[in-house]
Design a protein around this ligand. Structure first.
Ligand code: APR
Length: 309
C-alpha cells in the first residue's frame, strides 16, 4: 500500500510547517518543491532527521524538479511572495498570478489526480486562477481561508468567554480579505449561541479583529505573514480528504449557482471527503448577512474580471 504522497509547492514559511506537521502526523510522505536551490532539500533533511524523536516513519524529500511531485495524492500550494507591512493581499496579485501559471501547468502534467489546496494569496483569485489554468476538476481544487479565519474567530471568542477553544464553533464566509463575513449567528459555545455569553460590543470587536487578524500578524512580524495557522488549517483540509472524513469546513469552493454565485470560488461551508469538495452547504442567510456576503463576492468577482486572462 505505502503511504500517501503529499506534494507541497513552495518551501517557504508555510511550506516548512506543512512539511513538518504532515510528516510528524504521518499523514503521508512529503515532497517539498521550491525554485530556490537547496532550500527544500535542507528543510526536508532537517525535518526527516527529527522524525526518530517523535516516532514517525514518514519520509520527506526536497526538490527543484517538478517531476518529484508525480502521482501525489494531495498538492498544497504556497508558492508566491508573502505580504509585507502595508501591502494588501490584492497587491500581491500580479506576481503570484505569474507563479501560479507555472504551478498549474506542472500540477496538471505531473499530479492531475491530486486534491489540490491553494493557500497563496490573494486566495480567492489564486484558487480560481489555478483551476482555470490547470483545467483540473473544480471539486478537486479548493482554497484554504475559512478554516483559518474561523480558527482566529474561535481563539478570540474562547478567550473572551473563558472556555476551551474546542467548544467554540465559528463560521466565516466570503472572500479571504477585509470583506470576509464572520457569521456570529452560527457561532456557538458547544451549541449555545455566542450572544448568550457576550455583549454585542464584545462580539463586534471579535468580528473586527478576525477580519484584520492577518494584518495584525504582518504588522508584528514585519518580514512576512502568518505561517503556522495557515499551515495547520490547510492540513485539516488535507486530512479530511485523505481520511474521507466528510468534515464540514468553510473553504474557498467552486460555486455553480450556490449562494447565487456561478463560476467563481468563494468561502462557503462545504463537505470535504474522498471526492474532494463533495457538496456545498447552503445556509439560510438573513438580509444583513446576504448583503455582506454579496459585497465580498462582488469584490472577488471584480478582481477576477479585471484580469486579462
Ligand atoms: N515556484 C515555486 N515556489 C516559488 C516560486 C515558484 N515559481 N516562486 C517563489 N516560490 C517560493 C519562494 O521561494 C518561497 O520559498 O514560494 C515560497 C513562499 O514562501 P514565503 O515567502 O516564506 O511565504 P509564506 O509565508 O510561506 O506564504 C506563502 O501563502 O498565505 C500566503 O500570503 C501568503 O502568498 C503567500 C503564500
Amino acid at each position: 500500500m505505502g503511504r500517501k504522497k503529499i506534494a507541497l509547492i513552495g518551501g517557504g514559511q508555510i511550506g516548512g510547517v506543512l512539511a513538518q506537521v504532515a510528516m510528524q502526523r504521518e499523514l503521508g510522505d512529503v515532497v517539498l518543491y521550491d525554485v530556490v536551490e537547496g532550500l527544500p532539500q535542507g528543510k526536508c533533511l532537517d525535518i526527516w532527521e527529527a522524525m526518530p524523536v517523535v516516532g514517525s516513519d514518514a519520509r520527506g524529500n526536497g526538490t527543484n524538479d517538478y517531476r518529484g511531485i508525480a502521482g501525489a495524492d494531495v498538492v498544497m500550494i504556497t508558492a508566491g511572495i508573502p505580504r509585507k507591512p502595508g501591502m494588501s493581499r490584492d497587491d500581491l496579485l500580479k506576481t503570484n498570478l505569474g507563479i501560479m501559471k507555472t504551478v498549474a501547468e506542472n500540477v496538471r502534467q505531473h499530479a492531475p489526480k491530486a486534491f489540490t489546496i491553494v493557500v497563496s494569496n490573494p486566495l480567492d483569485i489564486m484558487v480560481y486562477a489555478f483551476q482555470r489554468m490547470s483545467g483540473l476538476p473544480t471539486h478537486m481544487v479548493c482554497g484554504m481561508a475559512g478554516v483559518l479565519d474561523s480558527a482566529r474567530f474561535r481563539a478570540f471568542a474562547a478567550e473572551a468567554v473563558g472556555v476551551s477553544v474546542e467548544d467554540v464553533t465559528a463560521m466565516v464566509l466570503g472572500g479571504h480579505g477585509d470583506t470576509m463575513v464572520p457569521l456570529t449567528r452560527f457561532c456557538t459555545i458547544n451549541g449555545v449561541p455566542i450572544e448568550h455569553f457576550l455583549a454585542p460590543e464584545t462580539i463586534k470587536t471579535i468580528v473586527e479583529r478576525t477580519q484584520q487578524a492577518g494584518g495584525e500578524v504582518v504588522a508584528l512580524l514585519k518580514t512576512g505573514s502568518a505561517f503556522v495557522s495557515p499551515a495547520l488549517s490547510a492540513l485539516e483540509m488535507a486530512e479530511a480528504y485523505l481520511h474521507d472524513k466528510k468534515r464540514v469546513m468553510t473553504c474557498a469552493a467552486y460555486c455553480d449557482g450556490e449562494y447565487g454565485v456561478k463560476g467563481y470560488y468563494i468561502g462557503v461551508p462545504a463537505v470535504l471527503g474522498e471526492n474532494g469538495v463533495e457538496r456545498i452547504i447552503e445556509l439560510p442567510l438573513d438580509a444583513d448577512e446576504k448583503s455582506l456576503f454579496q459585497h465580498s463576492v462582488d469584490h472577488v468577482k471584480k478582481m477576477i474580471d479585471e484580469i486579462s486572462w
